[in-house]
Design a protein around this ligand. Structure first.
Ligand code: ITT
Length: 214
């Protein structure tokens, strides 16, 4: 049994479509750290979710990156959907000649154990040490950091290119109606069709291969 820790049912639907084992949604709203690095956001989320659930968990951090506006809304996609809304993101994108965009997803897995080497990265909380100023480093060896350093998280990344379009389609969730890939918006695709090409599908594919071996 794998617990997908997310408040977003759409993500779980897509994971169920893809993964052979049962996936249960755990509707727990872990604190998202503020960072430009989606891997860091997902890894911290997976640690917190694992501590909460005490069982193997995956979390998924995803975002829409619009080329003409330097990748906005990117890691802030959730906040922007809640505040501006999808229609107004399209209003913003349509003013640009360059309508290219991409979706990115990072799936983070944590079960409290170490990981054997594989091409997919492991987050070991080292960034926390790197981010500290040299003068702070000596005083930064609290118990909490030792514990966090011992909770590795495996990351699986996926992305898909596309373009921004006026909203079309009834399926999917979030920004799906305004993101077109090969002439079809994600909201016009079934979950299986979306998974076959999407950022999440690609991350899930890597995860599924690796998890089957674990
Ligand atoms: P959790 O953090 O609880 O998993 P969330 O919906 O807040 O749920 P994210 O922070 O990863 O998840 O989502 C960032 C935003 O991007 C959010 O507004 C989503 O609706 C949107 N989003 C994520 N994946 C998407 C996808 O495949 N298609 C369309 N929009 C997506």
């Amino acid at each position: 049994m794998l617990r997908f820790v997310t408040t977003n049912e759409g993500k779980v639907r897509e994971a169920r479509e893809y993964l052979p084992e049962p996936v249960e949604q755990l509707d727990f709203d872990y604190a998202e750290i503020q960072s430009d690095d989606m891997g860091a956001i997902a890894a911290e989320g997976a640690r917190e979710a694992y501590r909460y659930a005490g069982e193997p968990v995956i979390v998924d951090d995803a975002g829409l990156f619009i080329d003409a506006v330097d990748g906005f809304p990117g890691p802030y996609s959730s906040y922007v959907e809640d505040t501006l809304g999808v229609e107004r993101v399209w209003e913003l994108a349509k003013r640009e000649d360059d309508r290219r965009a991409s979706f990115r997803a990072v799936i983070a897995y944590c079960d409290g154990e170490e990981f054997a080497a594989s091409p997919d990265p492991v987050d070991r909380e080292e960034r926390r040490g790197q981010d500290l100023a040299a003068s702070d480093r000596d005083s930064a060896t609290t118990d909490e950091q030792v514990v966090e350093g011992e909770l590795p998280v495996k990351l699986f990344e996926g992305w898909v290119p596309g373009r921004m379009v006026a909203p079309r389609g009834e399926g999917g969730f979030g920004y799906d109606p305004i993101f077109e890939h090969d002439g079809t918006t994600f909201a016009e695709m079934s979950p299986a069709e979306k998974n076959a090409v999407s950022h999440r599908g690609r991350a899930l594919a890597k995860f599924a291969d690796w998890y089957a071996e674990r």
